[in-house]
Design a protein around this ligand. Structure first.
Ligand SMILES: CC(C)(COP(=O)(O)OP(=O)(O)OC[C@H]1O[C@@H](n2cnc3c(N)ncnc32)[C@H](O)[C@@H]1OP(=O)(O)O)[C@@H](O)C(=O)NCCC(=O)NCCS
Length: 123
């Protein structure tokens, strides 16, 4: 039976602009080196950080909806396909069984994410 979990999150970009400006250690604790590199290379890094954080939270909610609890925010990594579409890797999750899909959008003020978790268990 296939089961689905959904999750969403919205984040204020200004919150992340403050963290970037202060070079807050929270950035290193929450984001992977790849996420930090991608975000800082952007013309508006705070938007990218906010979108990735929203993506992580949305994924945690989607997994929770499937009954998978205790996944920490830093364990969720938002990566990019060559066409620009985001995808996620969740450390500790059996990738052959649980698939996670996300979609991100951001403006100068807000970042939003949706996540879908799909559990393809046989039983
Ligand atoms: C994908 C697309 C719809 C994004 O729309 P947008 O309004 O510019 O941007 P949004 O703020 O809503 O979303 C940005 C996020 O969309 C996601 N995204 C980018 N390309 C994507 C794609 N091909 N499929 C799904 N999601 C995509 C990314 O996560 C991006 O955020 P990130 O760069 O921080 O990871 C738009 O770029 C598009 O139509 N691309 C395909 C056609 C194309 O390449 N056109 C180039 C200009 S002619």
């Amino acid at each position: 039976m296939t089961r689905f979990g959904i999750g969403t999150d919205i984040e204020s970009v200004s919150r992340f602009a403050d963290l970037v400006e202060r070079n807050d250690p929270l950035i290193q604790r929450v984001f992977t080196s790849g996420e930090i590199r991608y975000s800082l290379a952007s013309q508006r890094p705070a938007e990218r950080f906010a979108a990735r954080f929203a993506g992580k939270e949305a994924v945690v909610k989607a997994l929770y909806d499937l009954g998978i609890i205790g996944v920490a925010i830093p364990a969720v990594e938002v990566l990019k396909r060559p066409d620009g579409a985001p995808f996620v890797r969740v450390i500790g999750l059996p990738a052959d069984r649980v698939q996670v899909r996300i979609s991100l959008s951001h403006t100068r003020e807000w970042a939003i994410a949706y996540a879908l978790a799909i559990d393809d268990a046989e039983t």
